[in-house]
Design a protein around this ligand. Sequence first.
Ligand SMILES: Nc1ncnc2c1ncn2[C@@H]1O[C@H](COP(=O)(O)OP(=O)(O)O)[C@@H](O)[C@H]1O
Ligand SMILES: CC(=O)N[C@@H](CCC(=O)OP(=O)(O)O)C(=O)O
Length: 288
Amino acid sequence: MITSKSMHPTGHKAPSPSSVVVIKVGGSVLEKLSDTFFQECVQLLNVGWSPVIVHGGGPEINRLQQWAGVEPKFVDGLRVTDDETLEWVEMVLAGRINKKLVTLLEQAGASAVGLSGVDRGMIRVRPADARLGWVGEVTRVDPEPLRFLLSMGWIPVVGSLGVDEKGQHYNVNADTAAGAVAEALGAEKMVMVTDVSGIRRNRNGAEEWLSCLTTKEIDDLIRSGDIHGGMIPKVKAAMSGLGGSVREVIITSGTVPDCLNAVWQPDGVGTVIVKEDERHGTLSHLSS
Ligand SMILES: Nc1ncnc2c1ncn2[C@@H]1O[C@H](COP(=O)(O)OP(=O)(O)O)[C@@H](O)[C@H]1O
Ligand SMILES: CC(=O)N[C@@H](CCC(=O)OP(=O)(O)O)C(=O)O
């Protein structure tokens, strides 16, 4: 349920107006977001957070490539991006999906501005790996364009493209871009909105959803193979954020109403990842 500022239910410390929360919206969930998702973004603004949306669009890029008769190729989860693929990537990340999210936020009552990492040279990159073509590794994020938009009370919507010193555009993994944006803005929280309700592990053949993890526990879950595929760039971005200003990273499903309440309510839905020294005890879980 959406609640107003005056109904702030938890007695939880309201954030200062400058508390930034970076919300990464995965391509996996874009078509399935709950009806209240964009109102929840506006609600965050109303209770004193500065939300910044960073989005992906992997499945949509796959669709375009397949429509053009090209089978998408990945190395370590990153899309091999030749000249033609970069065109599809830009169409999706700086075009269709970016503008769709802006419109949905506007319809929910926000002032939203879409941009990509190319705009004002915001996300600087270098080539990530010769095998990947035009895939960028982030070297620097200029937070000024985002700070300006936030100072106006507008919600920035960032497509995960990057640019190098020569003006060449690159495809950047959206989880990585979100982590880099969070770091540059000194964000307090990150939310990775995806198509699963957090991180799960297999325990004696049974699936267990984990409600709170530390960075050390994440390492163990990667080593055991419980965390794999698309979850790996998410937890890596989480860990790099937690190495800086970020206090908490929430991994949650965008299909569930009120998923963003986890930002300001202690018992929200999803997995919360915190620094090693922020929680004692063993793995906790929602159900087993
Ligand atoms: N331990 C895990 N817990 C939950 N999901 C996991 C885990 N390991 C891998 N995954 C996978 O990660 C996927 C989310 O990553 P991805 O498909 O890249 O989503 P997005 O487009 O939101 O970035 C889930 O749908 C799930 O299949
Ligand atoms: C280099 C690389 O792999 N870039 C990603 C960018 C989009 C993305 O990350 O989208 P999701 O959030 O839906 O995964 C890609 O081309 O799919």
